[in-house]
Design a protein around this ligand. Structure first.
Ligand code: CA
Length: 239
């Protein structure tokens, strides 16, 4: 991304540790972003709820509301708002909880500054792209995917539509485009998350998102019929 493009993006950083917050503000201002900040969960939520930020970087351990609660509350207001969580490196549980409450991505502390900048750029690139593909699309013959309202509805069913996150919609769209073959986790990370091939690949992020999608759309998530696992190869949307 060029500096001109970055200037159009505004970030909200929610972090209570002064030194880390100051470092992150410097980093992103240096890279040309407009940066806003909050030092506790309540202030973070209040600012995030305005919807004025293109991306929220959210620490887990915060005074007041913790990062998970804040993310969960943000999701109640907006399923579109991109959120990256800062988790503790050693805590797998934190990572899973973060993705389950609706974070788009996470980065573990202590993180590499370069990696964080790349993740932010990837999330912003994707969310910009997402705004261009709007409409209703038929999926696996029996569903209608509404890419604008982020819902999935069974055609010929009176059940109310399932609500999806933007990321879940993007995963389904990508699997649909490639439904003639299995799609690997690495490919999903590159194409849906926008990670560079060289970046540190975190395939667990993909698995957690797929598990969440299956819980929403499969009759029996343990024996998925729609998003099938192809052993050793990846995932495939079956028609
Ligand atoms: Ca903290």
């Amino acid at each position: 991304m060029t500096e001109e493009q970055r200037k159009k993006f505004s970030l909200l950083i929610v972090e209570d540790e002064e030194a880390i917050l100051a470092g992150l503000i410097d980093l992103f201002v240096y890279h040309g972003y407009v940066v806003d900040s909050a030092k506790d969960g309540n202030e973070g939520l209040r600012k995030a709820a305005t919807g004025h930020h293109d991306l929220v970087i959210l620490d887990v351990m915060l005074p007041g509301l913790d990062g998970f609660t804040v993310c969960n509350e943000i999701r109640k207001v907006s399923r579109e708002q991109p959120v990256i969580m800062l988790t503790a490196k050693t805590s797998e549980e934190d990572i899973i909880t973060g993705l389950t409450v609706g974070a788009d991505d996470y980065i573990a502390k202590p993180f590499s500054v370069r990696e964080l900048v790349l993740r932010v750029e990837a999330v912003l690139r994707r969310s910009k792209k997402a705004r261009h593909q709007e409409g209703k699309i038929t999926l696996a013959r029996s569903w209608e995917l509404d890419t604008q309202n982020l819902t999935l509805r069974m055609i010929e069913s009176s059940q109310s539509p399932v609500e999806l996150s933007r990321r879940e919609v993007d995963i389904l769209l990508y699997l649909r485009e490639n439904s003639h073959r299995p799609v690997s986790r690495e490919e999903l990370l590159e194409e849906v998350w926008g990670y560079a091939r060289a970046s540190n690949i975190e395939t667990r992020t993909v698995d957690i998102h797929i598990a969440k999608l299956r819980r929403k759309i499969e009759e029996n998530p343990k024996e998925p019929k729609h998003i099938a696992t192809v052993r050793g190869e990846g995932y495939r949307l079956t028609v």
